[in-house]
Design a protein around this ligand. Structure first.
Ligand SMILES: Nc1ncnc2c1ncn2[C@@H]1O[C@H](COP(=O)(O)OP(=O)(O)OP(=O)(O)O)[C@@H](O)[C@H]1O
Ligand SMILES: [Mg+2]
Length: 365
């Protein structure tokens, strides 16, 4: 089955179903860039999404409906994503693309070797990487070298169906099913990169999304993504430690952590050890990048995900790694002039990287 993992047009709500919440975002394009016009984060009960798998469609659909009405977005069209770890993507060289059907057939054949599950259980889509070059080549098809590069993405059809079921239960229709790593790449290229100086971008830039359960590290050289990896680390660890140390329920621990209303010894006894550990983890993730690639030295770390809001963590990572570290909040660049409260955007922006990349799919050509 071919599902539209790529194509899209018109206003669409970006919907990130994470392990803790449904996050929705609608962007509007204006002269100088983009502006958030619809925004909501709706928590989902623990267990409804486990290890990136939706285990309770109704609970997640309920959260999506509430998020939609709170966002005040009017569209019924949404963009969702399958988790990076549940998908395979590859750049393929197709030597004789031929017509549309022949190209599709070739992509399927080439892809087969990279896809670790039965092909009849797979949803696959692809897109030429340099469309203009492709069309020029098509015009001179009689020439010998008519090869094109396409980017292919595939996932188990059940991953797509589980998300579509949530959307349909909430009365919405999925226009595009993206991949989370593509979404983060899009958010970086379109929104974050333009805020960086030439000096910032002279060396590879690491963008980290430290969520509740998972940390994603993406490294960019220019606009190209040169490394992408997920690690099982996140802010839930701190919530668990708070909950154990003070004998609180996970919900209470989470709430007090976010509002900074824990007893005086919290900073020294619980927070500091977590921050030390997080800085060590980030250092480790960066060492993996160095050992797995040979693409230069990281000159800047951008820290996103809700856990980037942990007080003191940015400075601590800076000290541990010796690499300049800043917060990655896409709304710092685009929040001005929005009718959504500046405080909301400042506090929650860093956890909206995936949603932001998905919302950007409204403006595909
Ligand atoms: N002000 C804050 N101080 C400390 N931690 C915070 C703060 N705000 C949010 N967090 C933490 O950020 C995490 C949630 O971040 P985020 O929304 O990016 O995760 P997620 O996308 O739901 O998780 P995942 O990507 O792992 O599925 C939680 O662990 C939460 O406790
Ligand atoms: Mg996340």
């Amino acid at each position: 089955m071919i599902v539209p993992l790529f194509s899209s047009k018109n206003p669409r709500l970006g919907v990130d179903i994470s392990s803790t919440a449904v996050k929705v975002l609608l962007l509007e394009k204006h002269r100088n860039g983009y502006r958030p016009v619809g925004f909501a984060i709706e928590p989902i009960s623990p267990g409804a999404v486990q290890d990136k798998t939706i285990t309770d469609t109704d609970v997640v659909a309920g959260a999506l409906s509430r998020a939609l009405s709170r966002s005040r977005a009017k569209t019924k069209h949404i963009v969702m994503a399958v988790p990076t770890s549940a998908s395979v993507s590859r750049v393929l060289n197709i030597s004789n693309p031929g017509n549309e059907f022949e190209l599709e057939e070739q992509v399927r054949m080439e892809s087969d070797q990279y896809i670790p599950f039965p092909i009849d259980e797979v949803s696959l889509d692809f897109e030429p990487l340099h469309p203009e070059a492709g069309s020029k080549q098509k015009k001179k098809q009689s020439n010998e070298d008519s090869s094109i590069q396409v980017i292919m993405a595939a996932t188990r059809t059940t991953n797509v169906e589980a998300r579509v079921a949530v959307a349909e239960a909430a009365g919405l229709s999925v226009d595009v099913m993206d991949v989370e790593s593509f979404a983060i790449q899009n958010a970086f290229t379109e929104i974050i990169a333009p805020t960086l100086t030439a000096e910032d971008r002279a060396q590879p830039v690491a963008l980290l999304d430290v969520g509740a359960n998972t940390t994603t590290i993406n490294v960019f050289s220019g606009d190209d993504i040169i490394y992408s990896k997920e690690h099982p680390f996140g802010g839930k660890q701190l919530t668990n430690e708070i909950s154990m140390y003070y004998g609180l329920s996970p919900e209470e621990a989470e709430e007090k952590k976010r509002n900074d209303t824990l007893p005086d010894d919290y900073h020294r006894k619980v927070l500091q050890p977590f921050i030390d550990n997080m800085a060590m983890q980030v250092e480790r993730f960066i060492q993996y990048f160095y050992s797995e690639t040979n693409r230069g030295t990281i000159g800047l770390i951008l820290l996103g995900g809700g856990t980037a809001n942990t007080p003191g963590v940015i400075e601590r990572i800076n000290n541990e790694t010796g690499i300049q570290t800043r917060s990655a909040n896409p709304f710092v660049a685009i929040g001005q002039g929005s009718r959504i409260s500046a405080e909301l955007l400042a506090n929650h922006g860093s956890s909206m990287l995936v949603a932001c990349g998905l919302a950007l799919r409204s403006f595909d050509q």
